[in-house]
Design a protein around this ligand. Sequence first.
Ligand code: SAH
Length: 395
Amino acid sequence: MHQIILHPQREKSLLRHHPWIFSKAVAYADKDIKPGELVKVLNSDKTFIAQGHFSPHSQIRVRVISFNEKDVIDKIFIKNRIQAAVNLRQRLIDAGNDGVRIVAAEGDFLPGLIIDKYNNYLSISISSYGMENLRNEIITSLQEIFPTCSIYERSDTASRLKEGLKERCGVITGELPPDILYVREGNSVFIPIDIKNGHKTGGYLDQRKSRIRVGELSKGCKVLNCFSYTGGFGLWALKGGAIRVENVDISAHALDLAKQGVVFNHLDPGRCRFIREDVFKFLRDKVEAGEQYDLVILDPPKFIDGTSNLKKGCRGYQDINRLGLLLTKKGGRLLTFSCSGLMDLNLFQKIVADAALDAKVNAQLLNVLRQDEDHVIALPCPESFYLKGLEVAVN
Ligand code: SAH
C-alpha cells in the first residue's frame, strides 16, 4: 500500500480522529498514487495513524476510512458499515418516518457517501474518488440489505466536481422514481420529494425534527415559511392548525410540488399561498407594508461555502434575521436556521442577537434546533454539525 507522511505540526487533528487530511498537512506522499487509492497515513515518526482514500485534486487530500491498521477495506467492510448505519436509524423508521438518511458520510465513517431512503427508493450520492472506486461494493451491499428497493444515483454535488469526477445521475437498479413521491414523516404528514430533479438526493430530510416542531407551534397562527422548497414546514403548520400559511421560494418547480402536497395531505389549499419571489425582496416589502406574523420560519440555502465569503455570508444572515424579527408579532416566534458548516452555533447566536438589536426587538432564545439524528455528526469533525437553528420568542 502506498504511504503518506504527515507534517509534525499538522498531525494533532488526525490523532483526535478527525477524518480529513488537508494537502498542507502532507509532508511526503509516494509517487504514482492513483485517485481514490487506499493509502497508509503515517505520523511524522512513521507510526501508523490511519488508512484513507487519496484525492489528488481536492484540498482534502485524504479522507480517512479507518483508524485500524488491520481493517481490510472490501465488500464485507463496506456492507458492515452500511448495516451498522441502518441499525442506528431503526428508531426513526419505527416512529413512522419513511424518508431517512441511511448513511451520512463522515458521521457513519464513510466519507464521500450519502444514502437516503425514500419509501422503496434509495437515492445515493458519491462525492469522492475513494467511494467512486467502491461503487460496486456499495451497490451490491445495498441490494443485499434492501432487496426490494430500487436504487437511483444522484452523484451531482459540487464537491464531486472539485474531486475531478464527472456527474452521474440515473437508475442503477429497479424502477425509475416517479415525478413526485410522497414520503411519510412523523407518522402523519406526507412530504413531496422529487428524487430525479429535486435538491440534494431529492429533498431535505435534515429538517424533519424542526418541521415536526412547527406542527406543535402553529395552532391558530398566521405563518410565514421563507425558503419553503416543497413546503414541508408549511404542511406541518397546516396540520398543526395554522389559520394561514405563506410559502415563499424562488423555485417554481418546488412551489408546484408544495401545492400538490397540500392536496395530497387533505389539507385546505384555501389557507395557504405559494409565492414565487426573492425572499430578501419579499421580506423588505412586507416590513414596509407593516405586515406581521405569529410564526416566521427562515431556512435559507448555505450563505457561506468557504472561508473567503464568511463575512459576506454573516451579513446575509444578519439581514434576513433582522427582517424576520421585524415581521414577527409581539408574543410570536421566529425559527431561524443556518446550514453553513463553517458557522458554528455560537456565531449564529451572536448574529441573531445582533439582528434583534438592529430590529430593536426583545428576543429570547427558547430552543436550540439542529439537523435530525439520522444526519449523524462525526464527534471529532465539527464541520459535520452543519445545520443549526434557534427558536426565538419576540417580545
Ligand atoms: N425548508 C425547506 C428547505 C429549504 S432549502 C424544507 O424543509 O424542505 C432552500 C430553498 O431556498 C430552496 O428551495 C431554494 O429554491 C430557495 N432559495 C434560494 N435562494 C432564494 C431566494 N433568494 N429567495 C427565495 N428562495 C430562495
